[in-house]
Write a protein that binds this ligand. Sequence first.
Ligand SMILES: *[C@@H]1O[C@H](CO)[C@@H](O)[C@H](O)[C@H]1NC(C)=O
Length: 343
Amino acid sequence: MHLQHDIACCISILFILNFAKADSQDYLQEKTIHLLDKKFNSNEYSDNDERDREFLASEDSEVSVSNTFDKNIIWKSQWANNIKFGQISGVSIDPNGNIGIFHRGSRVWNRNTFDNTNRFDRNERPIQENTIVLLDKLGRKLLEWGANMFYLPHGLTIDMYGNYWITDVALHQVFKFDAKDIAKMKDITKLKKRQYIQEKMFLNNHNFDPLLENNVLKPSMILGEAFEPGHDEKRFCKPTAVAVESNGDFFVSDGYCNSRIIKFNAKGEIILQWGRHVNGNIYDLTHLSSNVFNIPHALALASELNLLFLADRENGRVLSFFATNGTFHKEYKHPIIGTKYIV
Ligand SMILES: *[C@@H]1O[C@H](CO)[C@@H](O)[C@H](O)[C@H]1NC(C)=O
């Protein structure tokens, strides 16, 4: 079910990109109308519960979207329906066209998940089930990993080289897992599947490789301080997503409690950052500037256009910036699309 919602979101985004292509400014003038958002469990709102509920209660729910979606898109309700997911927080396509899914297993984000300083309870264990699943186009499971590693999954981006970029909002961290390590993991899965028990014993006996031995993937890069929220050069606060350039530079949207985008070079050093919190009346959306975010929730890069797109979730808009320097480019809003979860 959750996957369906995510795909619905992706479809919304196709519309946004179409608007981008049409280069129309008209939408910017529209009054903001949020759809009643039945797509997501209200738990997802976490620290915005009260405000969201008031917001939604006052919205016009009469907006019809029935004629707007492409009728040629076929919905396959059976796709991957034999696989059990928890709350799905991230979906990304790998370079081979397979579908990576990041989910929360048995963990649920509810109003007790964080204290009022945005801290997660350190005594909680990591999610014991695998949180990352790779499926082929037919919905067959190719690989599954990520057990006992994450506390509250959020973003998953698989870059053009097959590296996995992950954000965990409980850890307040961003992780990079290298494609070559993922590939090793795939080999192991194959070995296991074929039950080459002798080979496995051989590997274990020879202390071959810690990765193989423990069957645990190690990140090649970790940014942020585990469980410590912050707003500085070393810490994030519930970082939501990552977008990656072909040269390895990457952007992080940070996040539920910060309101900024940070650009890093491939080594993980900060190149630039921009964006700030709402000041004053958060209900007054009309005076929001292009640099004021309210839950920067997802990112998408159009490198060939030198543009970075941000889903500024609670402001109900998508913003674009020049990827090279962070300068504001455009704002996209439309009544048929409500709160923007994904770009
Ligand atoms: C940022 O880059 C864009 C595109 O190259 C350019 O038009 C804009 O003037 C730059 N902004 C600044 C502040 O230099």
